[in-house]
Design a protein around this ligand. Structure first.
Ligand SMILES: [Zn+2]
Ligand SMILES: [Zn+2]
Ligand SMILES: [Zn+2]
Ligand SMILES: [Zn+2]
Ligand SMILES: [Zn+2]
Length: 269
């Protein structure tokens, strides 16, 4: 209520820049840059808090499949700053029970501090059918913490994975045209299979082929092309429980995590 009052009586609510479409009224919401920066929908008279200390842009006019709000990309400053999509509505009202536990866990190791309220960027979104969620964009377990390495969707041409909890970064083959996650999982380690469309000129594949599909940990070629930053090892042989062995398998993969990880207890949604 406080926040609403503040926005209504601030001249900035008129002068803020139009940023993205509100999923409720389909008009543009304004970006108010004074601290704490936030979005304001004048039609709905709603405030949406967003992450602070970074830049925020429209994300390719994509919309959240849950509430129709246009997605935004938030970029933290610096060459190693993460960029991540978020839905203004989900960020402020995460559509999942028990999500606060997840935030609690995420906040400790992370530089991502929501303005006010909970703050659920898409990389923490556990919705199984949202194509921007952690479930779709997550690739494998972070070798350094309990987080998940997710594909940075706007990192081209310096494609990379970042951890949704710590500052672990993994650089993927540079200069690839496109790198995307698939719906398939590695039979060896349960990581998400990724698809890499290499640049014609720099492709490491035979006969100038450009398309390669594989697991970042188990595929010889992909694994030889990735570089890990802020972490000691990035290998299924040394990481926590990423090995081939029967007993160690399955605990960290996305598909099987619901039994073991209390953070994912809302997985069945
Ligand atoms: Zn609205
Ligand atoms: Zn949403
Ligand atoms: Zn989502
Ligand atoms: Zn991590
Ligand atoms: Zn694998």
């Amino acid at each position: 209520m406080d926040a609403l009052f503040e926005a209504e009586f601030s001249p900035l609510s008129d002068s803020g820049r139009l940023l993205s479409k509100c999923g409720k009224c389909l008009r543009y919401v304004r970006y108010i840059s004074t601290q704490p920066s936030r979005l304001y929908c004048g039609t709905c008279e709603e405030i949406y808090y967003i992450p602070q200390k970074g830049t925020i842009k429209l994300y390719k006019e994509l919309t959240c499949p849950l509430d129709n709000f246009e997605l935004l990309i938030f970029s933290m400053p610096g060459p190693e700053g993460k960029s991540f999509p978020l839905c203004p509505f989900c960020y402020n009202s995460p559509p999942f029970e028990g999500i606060e536990t997840l935030f609690g866990a995420a906040k400790t190791g992370s530089a991502v501090k929501p303005g006010k309220g909970a703050g659920m960027p898409c990389f923490l979104c556990p919705h199984p059918t949202c194509q921007y969620s952690m479930i779709s964009q997550g690739v494998c377990a972070c070798p350094e913490c309990n987080g998940t390495l997710v594909l940075d969707p706007v990192s081209a041409p310096k494609w990379r994975l970042y951890c949704n909890m710590c500052n672990c970064l993994v650089f993927l083959p540079e200069g690839a045209h496109r790198i995307s996650t698939t719906r398939d999982h590695c039979p060896e380690c349960d990581s998400t299979i990724i698809e890499v469309d290499f640049n014609k000129k720099t492709t490491p594949l035979k006969d100038g082929a450009t398309l390669h599909v594989g697991c970042v940990l188990c595929d010889e070629l992909l694994h030889s092309l990735v570089v890990m930053k802020h972490g000691k090892s990035f290998s299924r042989h040394r990481g926590r429980g990423r090995g081939r062995g029967r007993g160690r398998r399955g605990g960290r993969g996305r598909g099987s995590r619901k039994q073991e990880d209390p953070k994912m207890s809302f997985h069945g949604f």
